[in-house]
Design a protein around this ligand. Structure first.
Ligand code: GAP
Length: 450
């Protein structure tokens, strides 16, 4: 066993030691350890797009799985959907996106940079000039052509939100699942917006992932369900480790509301640049179902056979960003402390979100330790994501796992060959206990699910 003890006093958020801010450290860690890479980096990058590396893909999947478990698996009133990304202009005509999904765009006449008028003051943030054009509406949807001919009849859009897939499939889902309001349709997937100024790493990008629920309710229950979802969604972030003092709800003012909303509140996280949105929870009323009914000619209603009542449900929509939320989890988890007199970087991620839950580490590269280590690895692989690392000193390997948030390290040493036991080290406390290999899988499962 290696003896290491922690000193948690060195919180990087408060470090103020001049060694770079939290955002810079997390972005560097993401690149250095394989969470997130700038896309097409060998060609100099491509327009604020990002690729999720070996660790990032695990973590992003875990964020989405945690959402799916809470929103679909653990409920009998929500079902899932995976709708097409490439979508008919009719959808966006009915939803109002073709007319309304715009940001105000201004050009700086001096340096020719373009900006979102509502995000800057009266001067260009690049050159300081006040010589800006009048703001004009810029539609954020990506337009393309479905088929070999580029003409009006083949125009298609990459969806700017997953939500519309749920509205246009409302009848299909109703008929195939026999659900009745209150019930929801959930979807996780990519959305695309031609943002004028993507910024803050993966906080605002042109290609991103959303996790959205459209929850259909009788109109007179809308306010109750709106409040239910505000509370439920806040609890989800807290349960997965966002500290209470870095999470808040902010209700929109009337002039901030989207064209479809009768009430919206944002779940906000305290990012390094201030409070900003993680998720919007909206009362979308019957706007979308009525709009699609009007354009398609289909009756998008619910008929209650028991009461003989026919009505268009209201929709409460918790709409979160998977990629943005992953970034918030990373920022909240990042820490620097001291272990055994040595500085370490550690991600205190909830084990459900960590890229790997366990690292199996043979104490040395010695051939005699590797077969048993592989046995242990194969025992744990069905339980969780495991890393296997044989190079460098054991202390260095613990630090490498701390830095990527692996909650448990399992070390196989020479005694293991005799006593068929291994050392299990906890990332946060750095405590080590000796456990028999025979009960290891059960014990790891117990620790990861508590
Ligand atoms: N269906 C409603 C809807 O799409 P939204 O507030 O525009 O609402 C929901 O988006 C969430 O999607 C946001 O709270 C954010 O987390 C994420 N999101 C939106 N635009 C994004 C972007 N350009 N980059 C990353 N995430 C984004």
């Amino acid at each position: 066993m290696t003896g290491d003890s922690t000193d948690r006093s060195g919180d990087a958020r408060e470090a103020g030691d001049g060694s770079g801010d939290l955002m810079e450290r997390v972005v560097n860690l993401c690149k250095r350890r394989g969470f997130i890479f700038p896309s097409a980096e060998i060609y100099g990058g491509f327009r604020s797009t990002y690729d999720y590396g070996p660790l990032g893909v695990n973590m992003l999947r875990n964020v989405k799985d945690a959402w799916w478990r809470a929103m679909v698996q653990s409920r009998d009133d929500v079902v899932g959907l995976d709708a097409a990304i490439l979508s008919s202009p009719k959808i966006w005509e009915a939803s109002g996106h073709l007319a309304n999904f715009t940001d105000p765009l201004v050009d700086c006449r001096n340096c020719h940079e373009r900006w979102r008028a509502d995000k800057i003051g009266d001067t260009c943030p690049n050159c300081g000039s006040a010589d800006l054009t009048e703001a004009r509406a810029f539609n954020l949807m990506f337009k393309t052509f479905a088929g070999p001919v580029e003409e009006d009849a083949t125009v298609a859009y990459l969806r700017p939100e997953t939500a519309q897939g749920m509205f246009v499939n409302f009848l299909n889902v109703l008929q195939t699942t026999r659900k009745k309001p209150p019930f929801g349709i959930a979807q996780v997937g990519k959305s695309f917006r031609n943002e004028i100024t993507p910024q803050n790493f993966v906080f605002r990008t042109r290609e991103f992932e959303q996790m959205e629920l459209e929850f259909f309710v009788p109109p007179d229950e809308a306010q109750t369900w709106f409040e239910y979802w505000l509370e439920t969604r806040m609890a989800w972030y807290l349960d997965l480790g966002i500290p209470e003092d870095r999470l808040r709800l902010r209700h929109h003012e009337a002039d901030e509301l989207s064209h479809y909303s009768a009430g919206t509140a944002d779940v906000e996280f305290l990012f390094p640049w201030g409070w900003d949105e993680l998720e919007g929870i909206a009362n979308r009323t019957d706007f979308d179902l009525k709009a699609h009914a009007a354009l398609s000619g289909e009756k998008l209603e619910y008929f209650d056979q028991a009461s003989g009542e026919r009505y268009v449900p209201y929709v409460i929509e918790p709409a979160a960003g998977a990629t943005r939320t992953m970034m918030a989890f990373l920022l909240a988890a990042y820490d620097e402390d001291e272990v055994g007199g040595e500085k370490r970087t550690v991600l205190h991620l909830d084990p459900r979100l960590s890229p790997y839950q366990v690292a199996v580490l043979p104490l040395s590269k010695n051939d005699t330790l590797v077969p048993l280590s592989r046995e242990v690895l194969e025992l744990l692989q069905p339980v969780c994501m495991c890393d296997f690392d044989v190079t460098q000193s054991i202390g260095r390997r613990y630090r490498r796992q701390d830095e990527i948030g692996t909650p448990l390290c399992v070390t196989v040493d020479f005694d293991s060959l005799e006593d068929k036991a291994v050392t299990v080290r906890d990332r946060d406390s750095t405590e080590q206990v000796r456990l028999p290999v025979a009960s290891l899988a059960d014990e790891i499962r117990r620790r990861l699910t508590r």
